[in-house]
Structure formats: structure tokens, C-alpha cells
Design a protein around this ligand. Structure first.
Ligand SMILES: [Zn+2]
Length: 490
């Protein structure tokens, strides 16, 4: 399938070439909602991440953020970033224009994809180019809402319908109460929206061809219950007699850290050579800023001789992924620090942040990983001649999480030092997790520092100042010493 576009082009596309952000309307039963959109290749792109939420579904990303899956009933759509090929169940479709990512969210061309989405969804979904609107036809639902309330003697569950309906209930393993409605068409979004309820552990909603089913996993054990159909308004009522729940005993897992000496630090200055990394508003290059921070950190460490230092690069050269991990693992490193500067399409985004390797929890984390992964993905694709979907498969398969707890701990220690030194200068964004390829092959606790945003005016000014770069280096160093003090005592 499609090859990766060259690295420089990719970075330019990620950061600069997209047109101004805009919105399109989504017409749903509750009114009109706005989702993010932009134009590219004379095609209207919309945020599939936001539309999925409106449909009551989730997008699941592979760990490094190059493929995303949308699951809908018994269908699965897989998107590959920067590729016009998508996979719907077992067949490959060409949607003419490449799928995009923007600030960590998934964007898809509306005109060609909405009709495909309509095919696999129970609702009618249409794209109206003239009014710049996606319409979700919800006249169609006859199961409209769910309500759970505590009563004196137990729990009352009500399922609202538009007209009298037959139904069946049954209990299944795992404390699930299932209500099946033949001929039912269910408003998944509304029902799943009732998820955050103190009586519920979980909800599943299934739309079958001949029936709909709502499955409720209750917190209290399901004992005796009664049910009946009530008119005005039409609804299915289930009353559950209270039986007090047994206390839950939580097993605490005590993980033991490394027991050897922690005495060798690997410092990885991001990018270098032909890979400039992010570029600032005033053309400041990430590769130069991060090399300077790395050298300052190395100098601090060498002065006190508490640790030894190994650097993945000391000059303005590109170091391939393989070499970075070989230097780290081959030299017997104990801790790995990768130093970077961030970039965003949102000019207001600023601050320092420390990441560790784990699947991203939010779009901002994914955006940082996608940006940092771009050069390595280009490198891997060029070297192996592999397509983006093959890479996505390989990468998802090789993720190691062995040092995740220690890495998270190291991240929070460095974050604490950052706050002490830097929170008056810029924003403290806290620690976060995402799928950074550069941390993946490293067999030791590892973190990635985003020193600040080159795409923010004030942050770029900070990154250009020696004192800020020195502060970053000192904060990282203080965090490393904290980590050594805690983990070597064991
Ligand atoms: Zn970087």
C-alpha cells in the first residue's frame, strides 16, 4: 500500500501546511453539535475522533499512533495515518485522500467516508456538502433512555421506549442483567451516556438486526428482581431488592525495583543532522536546543561523579533509532533520558512535560508521540520498504512495558524538580504517557522530556535562553539523584 511521504514533507504537513482550523455541524436528535474540521486537497476533513464520541463509540489507537480503529457493532474500520487505504472488516478500501492526524485526533475526508460509515451503522448518517453538515438521523430510535434510581428497598431500573414493546430479561455470568427488546432500535449514545452511575460497573448496548439488547453490569449482586411494562411514559421497569455487597479486598502488588547500583545515565539528545525536529516561530531548531541541554546535563553529572554518562550524540548528526537503543543497552545504562522540545498547531500550547512509555491516554500525548515518532517511522519505512500498515502491526507487537512503573516514578521525580525550578517561567503540564518509539527498545527505566513548546512565542524565547536550558538540565539531574536515592536503598 502507500509509502511514507518523506520526513521533511511529513513534518511540514504535521505543523504548517494545513489550512486554518474550522468546524462542521453535526445534526443529532438533541440539536446541533460542532466538530473540528479543515480543508486539504480541496477535500473537507472532519474529526472522526469527535464524531465517534457523538455515536457513543471510541477510537482505539495503536501504541505509537500510526493506526486507529473504529469499532461499531460487529464491524471494524482501521485507518492508517497518511494513507488513503482503510480496512473495513476484511476488505481494503481506497478513500482517495489520505487519513490525517491533527493534535493527536483522527481526521477523515467527509464526502467519501460518510457513505461508508452509513453502511455499517444502525443510524442513517449523511453528509450534506452544501450546508457543511453531517446529519445523524435519530427519528429511528424506539429505545430512548435509561434511568437508575435508589429506592427505599432497592434499585429501580427504567428503560424508556416510544411505544409499548415486548422484552425479555436474563442474568448472565459476571453480574450482568440483560434486557432484550425484539424490534428495538436503541439510542446507543444516550444509553452509554448513562455509564457514570454509582450503581453500575459497566454498560453494553447491542443493536442486532432483529432486536436490541442493553446489558447492565451492576455493582450490587443481582438477587431477586421483578419487572413490568408501564405506560405514561412507556417504559420497562425492573425493581431489584437490595442485598448488601460483600466488601472488596484489593490485592496490593508490591513491585521491587532494580537492585543493582544505579550509576550510568544515558542522555539522548533528540533528532540531529538532517532531522531538525520541531522548528520554532523564529526558526529555532529543536535539534540544536536539545543538544545544548543534553551537554549541560552531561557536564553537571560529570562534575559530581555520582553517575557515569553516555550520550547518544554529542554533535549535530542524525543517529538512527537502532544506534540509539544499541548505545543505551550495549553500554549497560541504568536510566535513559531523551531530551526534546514540543510543537503544536495550537500556538497557545506551552509548558514542560515528562513522558514515559505506555499507550497514550489523550490526544495531546498522542500528538507529542506522533511528532517524535515521525523521523523514526520514515527511517524504518525507507530502510525496510515496508508499508505503514505493516509497520503499525510490527510496532504494536513489540511494545515492552517491563520498566513502566519505575519509568513513571522517574518521570514524576523529574516533574517535581521542574515545578520547583520552572513553574514560574512556564506552564507545568505534569507527567503523561504515550507511545514513543525511541523509548521502546531501551531495557531500563526511561523517560522523554519535552522542555517547552517551540511553537509558543514565550516558550521559544525561554528555550533560546541559556538560563532556561541550564534550569532544565539541573532539574533533570536532581530528579535522577532522587531516583537513585530511592531505588538503591532497597
Ligand atoms: Zn523531538
Amino acid at each position: 500500500m502507500s509509502r511514507f511521504i518523506p520526513l521533511i514533507l511529513l513534518l511540514i504537513l504535521l505543523l504548517f501546511s494545513m489550512t486554518q482550523a474550522s468546524e462542521i455541524s453535526v445534526q443529532v436528535s438533541g440539536g446541533i453539535e460542532k466538530i473540528e474540521a479543515f480543508d486539504e486537497f480541496e477535500s473537507r476533513y472532519f474529526s472522526m475522533s469527535q464524531l465517534s464520541e457523538i455515536l457513543g463509540e471510541k477510537i482505539t489507537w495503536d501504541i505509537v499512533g500510526i493506526s486507529a480503529a473504529f469499532e461499531s457493532e460487529d464491524h471494524r474500520v482501521v485507518f492508517f495515518i497518511n494513507s488513503p487505504y482503510i480496512r473495513i472488516d476484511d476488505s481494503v478500501k481506497n478513500i482517495t485522500y489520505p487519513v490525517r492526524t491533527r493534535n493527536g485526533a483522527l481526521f477523515v475526508p467527509a464526502k467519501i467516508f460518510i457513505p461508508m460509515l452509513d453502511q455499517i451503522r444502525p443510524e442513517q448518517i449523511t453528509w450534506d456538502e452544501g450546508s457543511d453538515r453531517i446529519r445523524i438521523d435519530s427519528e429511528w430510535y424506539n429505545i430512548t433512555d435509561l434511568l437508575l434510581q435508589a429506592k427505599a428497598n432497592g434499585l429501580l431500573i427504567e428503560i424508556f421506549v416510544t411505544e409499548p414493546k415486548g422484552y425479555e430479561t436474563y442474568v448472565s455470568e459476571g453480574n450482568w442483567l440483560n434486557i432484550t427488546v425484539p424490534g428495538g432500535t436503541v439510542n446507543r449514545r444516550r444509553i452509554l451516556g448513562r455509564r457514570n452511575n454509582r450503581y453500575l460497573r459497566d454498560i453494553n448496548v447491542y443493536q442486532f438486526e432483529e432486536a436490541a439488547q442493553i446489558s447492565l453490569r451492576l455493582r450490587q449482586p443481582i438477587g431477586k428482581y421483578t419487572h413490568r411494562f408501564q405506560a405514561n411514559p412507556p417504559r420497562i421497569q425492573i425493581s431489584m431488592i437490595d442485598t448488601s455487597a460483600a466488601p472488596v479486598v484489593q490485592n496490593k502488588v508490591d513491585k521491587v525495583g532494580p537492585d543493582e547500583l544505579i550509576d550510568k545515565i544515558i542522555i539522548d539528545a533528540g533528532h540531529g543532522g538532517s532531522d531538525y525536529g520541531a522548528i520554532g516561530l523564529k526558526k529555532t531548531k529543536e535539534k540544536e536546543i536539545v543538544l545544548d541541554i543534553a551537554k549541560r546535563l552531561a557536564k553537571l553529572i560529570r562534575k559530581e561523579k555520582i553517575f557515569q554518562v553516555v550520550m547518544t550524540r554529542e554533535k549535530d548528526v542524525y543517529v538512527p533509532l537502532e544506534d540509539r537503543t544499541r548505545i543505551a543497552n550495549g553500554s549497560g545504562g541504568d536510566l535513559y533520558v531523551s531530551i526534546h522540545a514540543n510543537a503544536s498547531l495550537k500556538r497557545s500550547a506551552r509548558g514542560f512535560q515528562v513522558f514515559f512509555l505506555a499507550p497514550a491516554k489523550n490526544d495531546a500525548g498522542r500528538a507529542a508521540a506522533q511528532l517524535e515518532n515521525a523521523p523514526f517511522l520514515a527511517e524504518m519505512s525507507n530502510k525496510s520498504g515496508q508499508d505503514v500498515d505493516d509497520l503499525s502491526f510490527i510496532l504494536s507487537d513489540m511494545i515492552q512495558t517491563e520498566f513502566q512503573a519505575e519509568s513513571a516514578d522517574l518521570a514524576s521525580m523529574i516533574d517535581r524538580e521542574f515545578r520547583k525550578k520552572l513553574s514560574k517561567k512556564t506552564k507545568a503540564r505534569g507527567i503523561d504517557q504515550a507511545g514513543f518509539i525511541v523509548l521502546n527498545g531501551v531495557y531500563m527505566p526511561s523517560i522523554l522530556v519535552e522542555s517547552a513548546f517551540l511553537t509558543n512565542k514565550q516558550d521559544e524565547k525561554l528555550l533560546k535562553s541559556k538560563s532556561y536550558r541550564q534550569d532544565i538540565a539541573e532539574a533533570i539531574y536532581a530528579g535522577l539523584k532522587r531516583f537513585k536515592a530511592k531505588y538503591e536503598k532497597r
